[in-house]
Design a protein around this ligand. Structure first.
Ligand SMILES: *Cc1c(COP(=O)(O)O)cnc(C)c1O
Length: 401
């Protein structure tokens, strides 16, 4: 028997929450605010000592030789491909179940993204499908540690070395992920992180490229700042004016000290915030046990999940609404939700770019039609999480088929 309070807000019932719960709300502390103020008062707003310190701190946290701070994760992906010398005529193998930037970066260097299907259980790139997709034109692999879960790096490493292909890790979801105790950047040749507002740590906009390779580091560092000779940013510092040369027609991709002021403190709290999100994750996983209209993420991993996104997979055969209808119904309950992701080969640009090409990506399509991301920020309280649980259960039971 459905009572008045169990009618979804989308059908005229009362919303679970009185105020809207923002999806991917960042947690910014007093330390960040004080640090930004200090930077603004210092008169040095561009790349400077705080960015250098943030790079050192981040490299130490990852356990990598080099970390280069950038103004976005997308810039990092572009620079990674550029530094590897990938260009027109080359193919880069990647997953379609990712954010547009992953494949766009391949397009930025004039190469062609080749979409490889994913494992239906994890959403991560399927090594067997990866191996089948290699051609004489393959030049690199970009893996995405989807939602914060490690890809099967042992299998990917074996395939990559057999075919002498460099591996770029799109680690936008995965700052805290560990695989055999190793962080992204230690598993492939290059890892790229994003500090966009909704990510596990934020600098407003920002990114970091990590590598152990000295040659790649040199190229990326120079090309991230117009292609000027190393340390050209110091040309206006107290070290005195230094002449510099253009070594390469580079990009304007550097991070600023204002952004680094946020990043330094976000990094300091990264493990504490992971603990909070892990608790929220467990609350969801327990609360949804036995709800037949959805499936919760698999939990059989030995690697450490970075807990970036908690996704539910809708059992559409058991529901009278579509996935998009489900997201709208959550919104009506005042819960912000997301879709990660609609597979890229179905987006307008890539559909037209690859016009006539038949893709074999059934698992990416399956997940793309059913996935819903629930709020999972360290800024959420336990009551916020319980509101989400109540809203999801209400929608599942009302629309049950
Ligand atoms: C956020 C994201 C990016 C892009 O990062 P930006 O910092 O926004 O440029 C790339 N790949 C994935 C998987 C992402 O989620």
């Amino acid at each position: 028997m459905i009572t008045a309070t169990e009618v979804p807000a989308a059908e005229g019932g009362t919303p679970v929450r009185a105020s809207f719960l923002v999806f991917g709300k960042p947690l910014v502390g007093a330390e960040e605010i004080a640090e930004v103020e200090d930077t603004l008062r210092s008169g040095w707003l561009g790349r400077g000592p705080k960015t250098e310190r943030f790079e050192r701190d981040f490299a130490a946290y990852i356990g990598a030789r080099h970390a280069i701070a950038l103004n976005s994760g997308t810039a990092g992906l572009h620079l990674a491909l550029n530094a590897l010398g990938i260009g027109p005529g080359d193919e880069v193998l990647t997953t379609p179940l990712t954010f547009a930037a992953t494949a766009n970066s391949v397009t930025h260097v004039g190469a062609t993204p080749i979409f490889v299907d994913v494992d239906r259980r994890t959403g991560n790139i399927d090594p067997a499908a990866l191996e089948r997709s290699i051609t004489p034109y393959s030049r690199a692999i970009i893996v995405v540690h989807l939602y914060g879960r490690a890809c099967n790096m042992r299998a990917i490493h074996d395939i990559a070395s057999a075919h002498k292909l460099p591996v770029i890790e799109d680690a936008a979801h995965a700052v805290e992920m560990r695989y055999d105790g190793l962080a992204p950047g230690r598993l492939g040749d290059i890892a790229v992180f994003s500090f966009y507002v909704t990510k596990n740590m934020t600098t407003g906009e920002g990114g970091m490229l990590v590598t152990d390779d000295d040659e790649i580091e040199e190229k990326v560092r120079v090309r991230s700042l117009h292609g000027l000779s190393r340390d050209a940013w110091k040309r206006y510092s107290s070290d005195g004016f230094k002449t510099y040369e253009t070594m390469y027609p580079g990009f304007k991709y550097n991070m600023t000290d204002i952004q680094a002021s946020l990043g330094m403190h976000q990094l300091r709290r990264i493990e504490a915030n992971l603990t909070v999100r892990d608790a929220h994750w467990r609350t969801y996983a327990q609360a949804f046990t036995g709800v037949t209209a959805l499936r919760t993420p698999c939990e059989d991993d030995s690697s450490r999940h970075a807990r970036h996104l908690f996704t539910i997979e809708l059992n559409l055969e058991r529901l009278r609404i579509s996935r998009d209808g489900f997201v709208d119904a959550l919104k009506a309950e005042n819960i912000g939700a997301g879709v990660h992701f609609t597979p890229l080969h179905t987006h307008t640009y890539y559909r037209e770019y690859f016009a006539g090409r038949e893709w074999d990506l059934p698992n990416a399509e399956y997940i793309g039609e059913r996935t819903v991301s629930l709020p999972l920020s360290a800024a959420l309280t336990k009551d916020d999480v319980l509101d989400v649980v109540a809203a999801v259960k209400k929608i599942c039971s009302y629309y049950r088929r």
